[in-house]
Write a new protein. Structure first.
Length: 269
DNA sequence: GTCCCGACGG
DNA sequence: CCGTCAGGAC
C-alpha cells in the first residue's frame, strides 16, 4: 500500500495526543469484565454512544453476569431493549449468553475466539471485546476508524475491508491496544467526524418513516403488552394484510414473535 | 435528508 | 456484492 512507517508513527502520535486531552469517560470503559464489554459492543452496533449509555447502565445493573442474562426471559430482555433499535440484537445477545454459559462454561473471552459459533457477533465485535477486556494485540475497524484511515492515508472510500484491517495491524501500537482503540474511537467521533470529512459510511440506511422497520417496531410494542390477533394488528397499524403477513414472517424467523393460528405472541425463550 | 464503536441473509 | 434492520439527534 506504500504507506511509510514515518507517516504511521506521526498519525499515532497525533491521535494519542488528542486522546490525552479529549478522551470521553464512558461507563463501559470503567470495567474489564468481558461480559459487560460484550453488552456494550452489541448495543453500540450502528447506535450512537449517547443513546447507549443509559441502556448499558440499566442492563448491567439488572443482569450483572452472563449467567444472570442467560436465565432471563425473552420478554424481559426485549422490554429492556425496546427503544434502542435493531431488536434482533437483543434476541441474539440473549441467545449468545445461553450458548456461552452452556457450551463455553460462561467464558466470554473463549467464545469470542470462536465467534463464528455466536450469532450476532462478527469479527469486529469479537475483536473489540478482547481488546477492551484484556488489551489483546488485535485490531477492530469500525466506521470511525475506517473514516480516520481513509482521511489520514488518502485512501479511496471504496477501499476493501481487507486492506483497512491490514493497515490497522500496521498502525497498532503493540501492548497499548485498548488505549489505541479508545483513542481512535474518540478521535473519529469527536474530531474527524463524518460531517467534517464528508466520508460516507459503508452502508447507508433507507428512510424510516413508512418502512417495514417502523411497522416491525410497532408490532413488537403491541405484542410485548399482550398477545394480539392478526386482525387486531392490521386494524391498529393500518397496513395491508399481505404486507403484514410478510413482516410477521420475518419477525417469526428472527425469533422475535411466535404465530399460532391467527394469534401472535412474543417468542418464548 | 444524514449519521451512528455491524451482522446477517440472499 | 447488496438490501435489511430502530430510533433519535442534527
Amino acid at each position: 500500500m506504500q504507506i511509510s512507517q514515518k507517516k504511521i508513527t506521526a498519525v499515532q502520535r497525533k491521535i494519542l495526543s488528542f486522546y490525552r486531552q479529549h478522551h470521553r469517560d464512558l461507563p463501559w470503559r470503567k470495567t474489564t469484565d468481558p461480559y459487560k464489554i460484550l453488552v456494550s459492543e452489541v448495543m453500540l452496533q450502528q447506535t450512537q454512544v449517547s443513546r447507549v449509555i443509559t441502556y448499558y447502565s440499566n442492563w448491567v445493573r439488572r443482569w450483572p453476569t452472563i449467567q444472570h442474562l442467560a436465565r432471563a426471559s425473552r420478554a424481559e430482555v426485549l422490554e429492556a431493549w425496546m427503544g434502542l433499535g435493531y431488536n434482533t440484537r437483543a434476541v441474539r445477545l440473549h441467545q449468545a449468553a445461553k450458548t456461552i454459559v452452556s457450551a463455553f462454561d460462561g467464558d466470554v473471552l473463549g467464545a469470542m475466539q470462536h465467534y463464528h459459533d455466536i450469532r450476532g457477533v462478527g469479527r469486529y465485535t469479537a475483536h473489540a471485546v478482547q481488546i477492551f477486556a484484556t488489551n489483546a494485540n488485535l485490531v477492530a475497524v469500525d466506521t470511525n476508524i475506517r473514516r480516520i484511515f481513509i482521511k489520514e492515508f488518502y485512501l479511496p472510500e471504496s477501499v476493501p475491508d481487507q486492506q483497512l484491517w491490514q493497515l490497522a495491524e500496521r498502525c497498532l501500537p503493540k501492548g497499548n491496544s485498548r488505549t489505541w482503540h479508545n483513542a481512535l474511537m474518540d478521535y473519529g467521533a469527536l474530531h474527524m467526524t463524518a460531517k467534517t470529512t464528508g466520508i460516507k459510511p459503508k452502508t447507508s440506511q433507507s428512510r424510516f418513516s413508512g418502512s417495514d422497520r417502523q411497522i416491525r417496531a410497532a408490532i413488537l410494542r403491541m405484542v410485548l403488552k399482550q398477545d394480539c390477533s392478526f386482525k387486531e394488528l392490521q386494524r391498529q397499524l393500518n397496513v395491508d394484510p399481505q404486507r403484514l403477513d410478510t413482516i410477521l414472517g420475518s419477525l417469526s424467523k428472527e425469533q422475535l414473535i411466535l404465530r399460532k393460528n391467527t394469534m401472535i405472541a412474543l417468542h418464548p425463550d
